[in-house]
Write a protein that binds this ligand. Structure first.
Ligand code: BEZ
Length: 237
């Protein structure tokens, strides 16, 4: 082990401030997360430019960018490639690639160059037993105060579900706005969960509350209609 270079992997956690960095991107220099203060941001990594799964992901994310922006969410990508590779790949996507009805797709969100893996290492995007030089497919959801609120990791071979990423950004904001939690597979319009009761009297109060649907004292839901959620979360419908 003496002569082998060890990759130091740090893994930010949910609730931590997003690690700060300055980086060159396809949209100019960024200071992260300060440039995104006041907005939600998804920071995501992909293994490499000019690879097929990544290409399908970028086309999908770019096609959905307006939808994410409308939910107060900016997108920032990263791979362990240089700026000119990024530019060439994004130009190729726009000029040549047609996939699942998407074509002429322009990627307008910033793509970070991270040849030295400085950012990838800070965010635990290099997972050496998966690959020592390619980032895994990490997704960090960062709130308007720069706090990491959700982290999802996928391996190199598995393309992400972007509708799920959108569901997460809406659910996080709904939880903040309405002080609720969201059950399995929640979508706007579905009933929401009231957090666990913290005392015997709160438990009793819940069972007596006609606005709640309590399966038992510890499992209560309530109605939260779709328009109420989306009117709060989306800039325009
Ligand atoms: C891809 O994006 O196609 C890919 C990248 C690295 C390993 C496997 C697939």
């Amino acid at each position: 082990m003496e002569n082998e270079e060890q990759i130091v992997v740090s893994m930010p956690r949910i609730g931590d401030p997003a690690p700060e960095f300055k980086a060159i991107t396809t949209q100019g220099e960024i200071n992260f997360p300060s440039d995104f203060k006041g907005e939600w941001v998804i920071l995501f990594s992909h293994p490499a430019d000019f690879t097929p799964v990544c290409t399908s992901e970028f086309m999908t994310f770019a096609t959905m960018e307006e939808k994410f922006n409308n939910a107060n969410c900016k997108l920032v990508g990263l791979s362990i490639d240089g700026l000119y590779s990024h530019i060439a790949w994004l130009r190729t996507i726009k000029e040549k690639i047609e996939y699942k009805g998407m074509k002429d797709v322009e990627v307008n969100f910033p793509l970070i160059e991270d040849i030295k893996m400085d950012v990838a290492k800070k965010y635990g995007m290099i997972q050496p037993n998966e690959d020592t030089t390619k980032a895994v497919r990490a997704v960090f959801f960062i709130d308007p105060k720069g706090i990491i609120r959700t982290i999802i990791y996928y391996p190199l071979s598995l393309g992400r579900n972007f509708e799920e990423l959108y569901r997460v950004i809406i659910a996080l904001q709904a939880a903040d706005e309405f002080g609720i939690a969201t059950p399995a597979d929640w979508q706007p319009g579905d009933d929401v969960i009231i957090g666990p009761a913290g005392s015997c009297s709160a438990a009793k109060g819940r069972m007596d509350d006609s606005e709640l649907d309590c399966k038992d004292w510890f499992f209560c839901t309530k109605k939260l209609d779709k328009d109420t959620v989306l009117n709060k979360v989306l800039k325009k419908k």
